[in-house]
Write a new protein. Structure first.
Length: 216
C-alpha cells in the first residue's frame, strides 16, 4: 500500500500526520517507509519521516531531491540552476516500494505547488499512480481550501481516500467548531480526525481508509 499525502496549504500538518501514521504502522509490526520527494530549505520534514518508520534507509533514500532555497521547488530550481529530475524521484519511489509494505509519500506544500514549468505536485502524484489523502488545518478558510483541493484531486482522475482535519489547539472559534460538520455535508470523502500523540494504534476510520487504498 502506498499513499500520497498533500495539503490545502503549506504548514497545515502534513509531516505530523505522515510521521504519526508511519509510527503507528511500525508499532503494529508493518514494514514502512516515508518519502519526501522534494525538500526546500532544510530537510527536517524528511528527517522526521526517516525517524518515524524507515529502518535501514538513508536520508537520500527518503528525500532524493534537496533544494536549499526555502521556497517553492520551481523557485529553488531556477535560483540554484538545478532542474528537478522527476525520473530520479520516481526511481527512488519504486525502490522504496520494493522494500516495504507501506510507502507514505508527503508532497511539498499544497496540491498545485509548481515543481517546474507546466509540472506540479499533482502531476507527481499522478506519475506515482497513488491514492491521495488531503490534510487541512482546522481554521477559517478551511472549507474553501479543502473543497478546492479535493475537487482538483478528482479532476486529475486520482482517488481522494480522505480528508484529515488537523487541529493543533482547543479553540472557541466558530469556524473551527463548525468546519467538520460542514465538510461532511459538502464533500463526498471520509473525514478523518488528526492523529494525536496519545494514540497507541490506528483508529478504525484510519484502518478502513488504508484498507481502501489496497483496492486502488
Amino acid at each position: 500500500m502506498s499513499l500520497f499525502i498533500t495539503g490545502t496549504d503549506t504548514g497545515v500538518g502534513k509531516t505530523h500526520i505522515a510521521s504519526r501514521l508511519l509510527g503507528l504502522l511500525r508499532a503494529s509490526g508493518m514494514r514502512c517507509a516515508g518519502m519526501k520527494p522534494i525538500c526546500c530549505g532544510d530537510r527536517r520534514d524528511a528527517e522526521r519521516l526517516l525517524a518515524a518508520g524507515s529502518d535501514g534507509l538513508t536520508i537520500d533514500d527518503v528525500n532524493p531531491v534537496w533544494l536549499k532555497t526555502p521556497a517553492a521547488p520551481i523557485v529553488g530550481s531556477l535560483m540554484e540552476k538545478a532542474p528537478v529530475d522527476v525520473e530520479q524521484i520516481l526511481v527512488a519511489f519504486q525502490t522504496l516500494q520494493c522494500g516495504v509494505e507501506h510507502v507514505i509519500v508527503e508532497g511539498t506544500g499544497g496540491w498545485l505547488v509548481p515543481i517546474r514549468p507546466g509540472y506540479f505536485v499533482s502531476d507527481l502524484a499522478v506519475a506515482m499512480k497513488l491514492p491521495v489523502l488531503v490534510v487541512a488545518q482546522n481554521r477559517l478558510g478551511c472549507l474553501n481550501h479543502a473543497a478546492l483541493t479535493v475537487r482538483s484531486v478528482a479532476a486529475y482522475q486520482l482517488r481522494c481516500v480522505g480528508l484529515v482535519l488537523n487541529s493543533t489547539e482547543i479553540t472557541s472559534d466558530v469556524a473551527a467548531l463548525t468546519n467538520a460538520d460542514i465538510l461532511k455535508r459538502i464533500l463526498n470523502v471520509p473525514l478523518l480526525a488528526g492523529l494525536g500523540e496519545n494514540l497507541t494504534e490506528l483508529p478504525l476510520d484510519w484502518r478502513l481508509m488504508l484498507d481502501s487504498t489496497r483496492e486502488h
